[in-house]
Design a protein around this ligand. Structure first.
Ligand SMILES: NC(=O)c1ccc[n+]([C@@H]2O[C@H](COP(=O)([O-])OP(=O)(O)OC[C@H]3O[C@@H](n4cnc5c(N)ncnc54)[C@H](O)[C@@H]3O)[C@@H](O)[C@H]2O)c1
Length: 250
């Protein structure tokens, strides 16, 4: 399947490293005009060198997120074609019982996952509606579908909220030619942090994890990026409101 995005306006959040970087690279390779942001600017130069326009931006400031969307639309002279809400994570929240979850952990994780996706969608959707087309892909997680092995209450709640936002927006935006879907990754060796996490597993635990996966291997960023490419493409024009697990089968 040769998916091209020639001259499409593609926005990827959380792109300094990990899945966001690889997703951005795949869109660039396929001819898109890519705009990337991240809270942390270190690493954004990697996608900038490949042609992306980058911005250091804290998406929890929704006014600034809206201003960035307006800036992109003005620079592009058109609406955003593809919005990938990839930014998120668990922001160093600690796994543990619900009574130990702090307000700060809860508020932060909600703000950077559904909060950031909400702010970007609210700003980008009016342009998509006017254009009569658009693709939104929200990054959830296995933790957005069921209780998670991470034992992170804020993260599981936040990713379920990403799924809820996806479904509700899909119901509203279909008539405007806009699809909204979510990719739910399993455990992926996406960056130094997840690789260090994996290295802390004993060899037996690593083997058990692989054996518990139908495909008998750990995920790579390209596994996730491929699903995003498909959902963002014309091949997925009648798919909306869906959550696609990309986890090797678990
Ligand atoms: N790697 C995995 O195993 C895995 C599994 C399931 C879901 N995910 C999800 O996939 C996405 C990417 O994960 P990753 O593994 O590449 O991790 P990552 O930490 O490399 O990527 C997330 C990026 O989001 C950015 N970000 C966080 N808060 C932000 C804010 N307020 N404003 C702007 N940017 C912000 C971070 O700086 C980071 O670069 C995340 O949403 C994560 O929850 C990852």
């Amino acid at each position: 399947m040769d998916i091209r995005f020639d001259n499409k306006i593609v926005v990827v959040t959380g792109a300094r490293d990990g899945l966001g970087r690889r997703i951005s690279e795949r869109f660039l390779e396929r001819g898109a005009k890519v705009f990337c942001c991240d809270l942390n600017g270190d690493g954004l130069e990697v996608v900038a060198q490949q042609g992306a326009t980058t911005k250091r931006l804290d998406l929890t400031d929704r006014d600034k997120a809206a201003a960035w969307v307006a800036e992109i639309e003005q620079a592009a002279g058109s609406a955003i074609d593809v919005l990938v809400n990839n930014a998120g994570g668990w922001a160093h929240a600690k796994p543990g019982p619900i009574e130990d979850v702090t307000d700060s952990e809860w508020d932060t994780v909600m703000a950077i996952n559904p909060g950031a996706a909400f702010g970007m969608c609210r700003a980008a959707v009016p342009g998509m509606k006017r254009a009569g087309r658009g693709r939104i892909v929200n990054m959830s997680s296995g933790a957005g579908i069921a209780a998670s092995r991470t034992k992170l209450h804020p993260y599981t709640a936040a990713k379920h909220a990403v799924v809820g936002l996806t479904r509700q927006m899909a119901a509203e935006l279909g008539e405007f030619g806009v699809t909204v879907n979510s990719v739910a990754p399993g455990f992926v060796l996406s960056n130094a942090f997840t690789k260090a996490d994996w290295d802390r597993y004993s060899p037996e635990a690593q083997q058990a994890h692989r054996q518990g996966t139908f495909m008998r291997r750990i995920g790579e960023p390209d596994d996730i990026a491929s699903a995003v490419m498909f959902l963002a493409s014309d091949y997925a024009s009648w798919i909306t409101g869906q959550v696609i697990s990309v986890d090797g089968g678990r």
